[in-house]
Design a protein around this ligand. Sequence first.
Ligand code: CTP
Length: 420
Amino acid sequence: MRQTPSKLYHMGTLTNKRIVLGITGGIAAYKSAELVRRLRDAGADVRVVMTQAATEFITPLTMQAVSGNPVHSHLLDADAESGMSHIELARWADTALVAPASANFIAKMAHGRADDLLSTLCLATEGQVALAPAMNQQMWLNLATQENVGTLKRHGIRIFGPAAGAQACGETGPGRMLEPVEIVSLTTQLFSTGTLAGLRVLVTAGPTWEVIDPVRGITNRSSGRMGYAVAEAAAEAGAKVTLVSGPTALDAPQRVTTIRVSSALEMFDSVHAHIEGVDIFIGVAAVSDYRPASAASQKIKKHADTLTLELVKNPDILKSVAALSPAPFTVGFAAETENLETHAREKLIDKHIDLVAINDVSETDIGFDTEDNRLLLIDRHGKSELPRQHKSQLARALIQYVAERYHAKRAAQDSRPARR
Ligand code: CTP
């Protein structure tokens, strides 16, 4: 059953999110195993970093078993560094979440010290750092701790909790670590881009290659950059993304399932093999409209003065997806040189799609093979312009627009009375 859009927005998930869970020494460390399980249930990929003191409370073996990844605990450990170095780990993380965070760790962070793996990583990461403090209530209320927490908040570090209540030491007051379920909920709120959380997106990208003979073919101009950026932006927004790509020189984007194909027919087959359950289809590929009626098995020799190639039409992948029942929300790209809006509106109607993104390819300095681009978006409700910017930023802006239109369409469908 599909969830209503409003529920999707508030529930939040951690699909595709990479979380380094730091564990410091404290009795609440026993809750970290459940925290890892809940983070993984929410879709996160979790790597655990433990301080020396943490290993006194819970074993690295337990944390390895629940996280499904090796546990890191030493800075400059030759074996660990050859797998994933502390800097790679810092770059890998979207978030470094320290739970429990001891008074000592909070003090270290407030002063920018980096004398073990976890503190070094928290300093080196560009990701969001969040701490869930856990300590005796007097230690929490101590002015030094309160000042340190104030410093960390000013530095943009998020502090989750603590809760008040009965403590392991027998006292009652503030200092208990929040429950794992509350920490997971606060962690999902760190990601503002979860607009496609829980949805499946399929993107086509790149050109196609239509074989004439073993050394020649028909293709379209397309680097694949825009489509790859769109796939990445959708993954960043929380979607499960499949990218069906024609031949490009680009590396497969991270967090995306990439399938490489060559011809339009292969792209058509691959798209339809993966379309089941897809919520949003975005056709960025520059698909060859025609292919040679037959491919020569041997290289064609230049004996004749003229050569005629018979071309047959390729199936329109975008149109075929929009014709499915139920059809995903469909977005097409159009490369136009003139009468942009008129041609785009024709495509919208002819292909029965929800949105067209127009690339003005008459401009020579943007579009093909460039880092920058701009887009004009047209749908049945009107038009919107995404100004010139780097393709990765443009892709994010496009994904935000698509997410809004998708949720608006779903909300309209859900509010329609059911037909008997
Ligand atoms: N498309 C597709 N399958 C095809 C052709 C195009 O999925 N066989 C998709 C592209 O991925 C893109 C959109 O359709 O999203 C482009 O539509 P198309 O009508 O081919 O655009 P142009 O090539 O710009 O159209 P025309 O050649 O008619 O100007």
